[in-house]
Design a protein around this ligand. Structure first.
Ligand code: ZN
Length: 422
């Protein structure tokens, strides 16, 4: 569908959702505070009058305070783990689950999957939205699913050999880890496995890590590639993915309205400029969220993709505000550190940032493992420290650790150890 037509459809759906959301007492109060009624939504420009929704709104209204549909129509409940104590909930009607499955099926097909693929689905199946979103999307495509969930790495490798698995899903860290365990067990993924596609989400993935996963899992050698997945519980779960053109992550405009705002002025940024992604769910019934401040800094392209799809793409993911570290007054995104580290072929993808406190001053240290056979001397470390310093604008010490000494992850990797309050 041409972009203009999609945007007209979005405005119609947004208006309907605003009425739905207005039926919720908490949100009705928000609308009143903003001096706004859903009937005021006449033109595209009126969307910005609708109040934002924040992560704390979901937490403060846990469990059912933001429900817009009827409780008897709810058929599924998911939530995030809630590192701060209170989880972020999401509820679904039957239609919500159907829409989610359709979006995910589109993602998989755009990424190159078909019904002949054997898919080992290693995103966790539980309260976390990822596993189920992947599962039902894959089922909709008609692929052959092996629902392993996360973990049991040696068994995962055995199943890949037994069933001729062609597609692997899980976090990028888990894909990196599984390729390492394969080599340790004498399995060369390029020669001994048939993996051609990887659909990896749940955490940010730098271009360099993606490149390494592509090589090591054999995706490129077998004619496919790694596809990154983007999504968040507040929007129902995983929702968008790289297509075969590998030129960005498509967001389906008939189900999600996107705005890209300057987080300070809250004005829309110019096309091609970075901004904070603000998302509205246009199709969900049980708990539609409008104008959600994701805190994710991205660049969006509205040009028609090489694949032919008109739905815009996230072309650059610059960091998630939640992940941002404040060290001695300097903002640091762990993904930027990874980007810098992995440009060095001698450095493996196993690394962590340790923030400490010495005599009231914050200290920053990167612990990394070298790749097997790498020669690391003092000069190498000193050059790396200088590069990190000029990039992060803060002193950062580099400690090389023995291979295998840093923790491996089957789900989301933990890249930051904050010892400041210990
Ligand atoms: Zn595309």
């Amino acid at each position: 569908m041409p972009l203009e037509q999609l945007q007209q459809l979005q405005l119609d759906k947004f208006r309907k959702q605003a009425h739905r959301v207005y039926g919720n007492p908490f949100m009705k109060k928000r609308f009143h505070e903003a001096g706004m009624h859903p009937d005021d939504l006449k033109h595209w420009g009126d969307i910005k009058k609708v109040p934002f929704t924040y992560k704390d709104d979901l937490r403060d209204n846990y469990p059912t305070g933001l429900l817009c549909g009827k409780w008897e129509d709810v058929v599924r409940i998911h939530m995030t783990s809630g590192t701060t104590g209170v989880p972020t909930p999401m509820t679904y009607t039957k239609n919500d689950l159907d829409n989610w499955a359709v979006c995910m099926a589109r993602n998989f097909v755009a990424g190159g999957l078909n019904k002949h693929d054997v898919v080992q689905q290693a995103h966790g199946l539980g309260l976390f939205t990822g596993g189920f979103g992947f599962h039902y999307g894959l089922e909709r495509v008609g692929a052959k699913i092996v629902p392993t969930g996360a973990g049991g790495t040696e068994r995962q490798l055995r199943l890949m050999q037994d069933w001729g698995t062609t597609v692997f899903t899980g976090t990028p860290s888990y894909a990196a880890y599984i390729s390492e365990v394969a080599l340790e067990n004498g399995i060369d993924p390029v020669k001994d496995l048939k993996l051609r596609l990887g659909f990896h989400g749940g955490e940010p993935c730098t271009d360099e890590l993606r490149h390494r996963i592509n090589e090591r899992m054999g995706y490129k050698a077998h004619g496919g590639g790694m596809r990154r997945c983007y999504g968040l519980t507040e929007m129902g779960g995983p929702m968008s993915m790289d297509c075969e053109s590998e030129s960005g992550i498509h967001i389906w405009l008939d189900h999600y309205l996107i705005e890209l705002l300057d987080p300070d002025t809250l004005e829309a940024v110019q096309p091609g400029q970075p901004g904070e992604l603000v998302l509205s769910n246009l199709s969900y019934e049980a708990m539609p969220i409008l104008r959600y401040r994701t805190g994710d800094r991205v660049i969006i392209s509205y040009d028609t993709c090489e694949c032919g799809r008109t739905h815009p793409r996230i072309t650059n993911f610059l960091g998630r505000v939640d992940d941002m570290l404040l060290v001695s007054g300097t903002n640091i995104f762990p993904s930027q550190v990874e980007d810098l580290l992995l440009q060095h072929p001698a450095i493996s993808e196993h690394w962590q940032l340790v923030v400490g406190n010495r005599k009231g001053l914050h200290t920053l240290k990167v612990e990394v493992e070298p790749v097997p056979g790498a020669i690391i001397d003092d000069e190498y470390i000193s050059t790396l420290e200088k590069t990190l310093h000029s990039f992060l604008e803060i002193t950062c010490h580099v400690h090389f650790k023995p291979i295998g000494s840093l923790k491996r992850f089957e789900g989301k990797a933990v890249r930051v150890v904050d010892e400041r309050n210990c």
